[in-house]
Write a protein that binds this ligand. Sequence first.
Ligand code: NAD
Ligand code: LMR
Length: 339
Amino acid sequence: MFAIRQISPIAKRAFSTSASSNAAKVAVLGAAGGIGQPLSLLLKQSSLISHLSLYDIVNAPGVAADLSHINTDSKVTGHVPQNEGLKAALTGCDIVVIPAGVPRKPGMTRDDLFNTNASIVRDLATACAEHCPKAHVLVIANPVNSTVPIVAEVFQKAGKFDPKRLFGVTTLDVVRASRFVSEVKKIPTEEAKITVIGGHSGVTIVPLLSQSGHSFTEEEVKALTHRIQFGGDEVVKAKDGAGSATLSMAFAGARFTNSLLEATVAGKKGIVEPTFVKSDVFAKEGVEFFATNVELGAQGVEKIHPVGNVNEYEQGLINAAIPELKGNITKGKAFINKA
Ligand code: NAD
Ligand code: LMR
């Protein structure tokens, strides 16, 4: 597979008639968890994946054995830390998806997860930089605004950082936005395409309803904006201590992974997804990572879309997001660079 990629990454794959011969090895780290299991189930349905490699500190072999009976063509393997399981899971990977980490309980912010999840993500990123340095890394583990900079710093220190290949998965915010708007406007979800920019926590989630092509009353804008920004809290509260969004996140994570596979494996053009990436959009304001719509290509990030026109209300949301984002990013970087 890698020999083919070195010759002509898109062309060879685009004209392939057999997905399984050119398809990708995809690892899910945290595969036995609330997100990991349904995400792996959804990815087992992709013909663009030849090998689904499932890693967790517990139970991954069982999840893999179960999924391996599904009659799609990908191979499924399960790995735990024993016997260099992480190395085996990652070697040869094209895409690594990371939902490993603890979820919130009621009353917690995503930043409250930092102390536990920062080191989990750091250690997994270190292994990725060693065993699959060219892989596209998709970070789901919270707090995304900090865990993405953590992965970037780890790769940077290893001399392997390629900003085109690191993505914070913010897809759930646009999935929610689409659903919530469709409910309010009584329109099909496919007509509710909402751009959401910024980051992935509270006020850093900035929906741009004015760009949707639909009109809203002031009350609708305020209520929808709040619901999109705090949709995660709704689920945390309803699950009442049993975790946060898992099924909708698996749906969103599979959507983003499949879009990246379409761009990198199938060579499709014009695929656009929102994602939190290293970005110049607010670099002048000192924000190194920012989510906007991003066109995906053979190498990952192809083109970062600008924010576009925003109204006064949305500009206020952006202004509120920037200092929070800066703090989250600095915190993630400092975690790796501390003495
Ligand atoms: P979970 O507790 O159900 O599953 C997490 C899994 O990670 C567990 O199976 C656990 O064993 C595993 N794990 C822990 N440490 C590990 C390590 N070092 N290596 C490999 N696996 C490890 O949690 P969940 O509900 O699946 O949520 C996972 C993370 O995703 C949380 O941090 C949550 O906040 C985040 N999340 C993000 C989004 C988003 O939009 N980006 C949405 C929902 C949840
Ligand atoms: C979400 O948006 O559902 C996730 O980030 C999980 C959470 O903690 O809310």
